[in-house]
Write a protein that binds this ligand. Sequence first.
Ligand code: AMP
Ligand code: TRP
Length: 349
Amino acid sequence: MTKKKPITERVFSGMQPTGSLHLGNYLGAMINWIEMQKTRECIYCVVDLHAITVWQDPAELRQSIRQVTAAYIAAGLDPKKSIVFNQSQVAAHAELAWVFNCVARLGWLNRMTQFKEKAGKDREQASVGLYAYPNLMAADILAYRATHVPVGEDQKQHLELARDIAQKFNNDFKTSIEALGHPDGIFFPQPEPVITGPATRVMSLRDGTKKMSKSDPSDLSRINLTDDADAIATKIRKAKTDPEPLPSDEKGFEGRPEAENLVGIYAALTHRTVESVLTDFGGQQFSTFKKALAEVATDRLGRIGDETRRLMAEPGYIDHVLADGAARARAIATPIMDQVKDIVGLLRS
Ligand code: AMP
Ligand code: TRP
């Protein structure tokens, strides 16, 4: 019988390997990932099983998994310290997701706004995987009994679902969990979203009311972490604005989402407050501000792009990082999955 251990703090997060990462991923999530690895046990995943909820070209998918891994490392994740791996190499994710498919209720999933957005009008044609996607996400986190999940604003609803699943599992199997040596009946912790930082919702450069996204058909809408200085400068020059000069305080952003977004990005990249950026640029034309923004963005992202390209030239190294990460991840997740089987009443040898 397993003895009850205190639940330790553990961080888990992931990104999908579909296309290259962008400024929203970096400012919304990754900055926190890098910060958290300094003080806590962290597990960072390339969620390839989530990627195939919509069809992916197999050769491009393989390339994207390596590229996102390279971008993680280039941005500052240390694969010796943190666990960095791709989801499909650790079977516990898919196994626990199945158990959660049987715990979560249809009504809960029907409320997920991201599914509605992604499936669009023709919901009948969406894959079953796209619908069940949040259950797999809950499994990612809870296969490690992780307690903290740094993500951008758009993942808040999925995290709430993961908390509901953890709670329902604990309730549904209370007696069995207690018999296994958890006297308080708690097997899964309630994972906490960590949605903080300079820019938890970075908007599209073409439309300040839409979030910056990998799936936007216009590449001008986002700054990719692999864009070179020329591409960054062009995208910022072409970014949508309005004819007014920059406002002198935050109240002046009323009805001006593009202005608010660009100033927010500048503030996040330079570790300054929006107020202080407006003290410098309030009253000035966008043309002046955009030059300054292009400079700071190139400075910060240029290095990440260069390092990503350098790492991509060494696929052997990337594959080694992923294999090593997967082995370390398995060492945590397999015993937890074994306990889940015991709790649910599945026989194992
Ligand atoms: P995804 O690209 O959907 O795999 O998202 C990976 C992470 O980046 C998640 O934590 C998202 O919440 C975050 N993220 C994606 N787009 C944005 C955005 N435009 N602004 C802030 N965070 C974002
Ligand atoms: N659904 C997340 C996204 O699209 C990615 C993700 C999958 C994730 N599993 C996760 C994030 C577990 C945090 C924890 O952004």
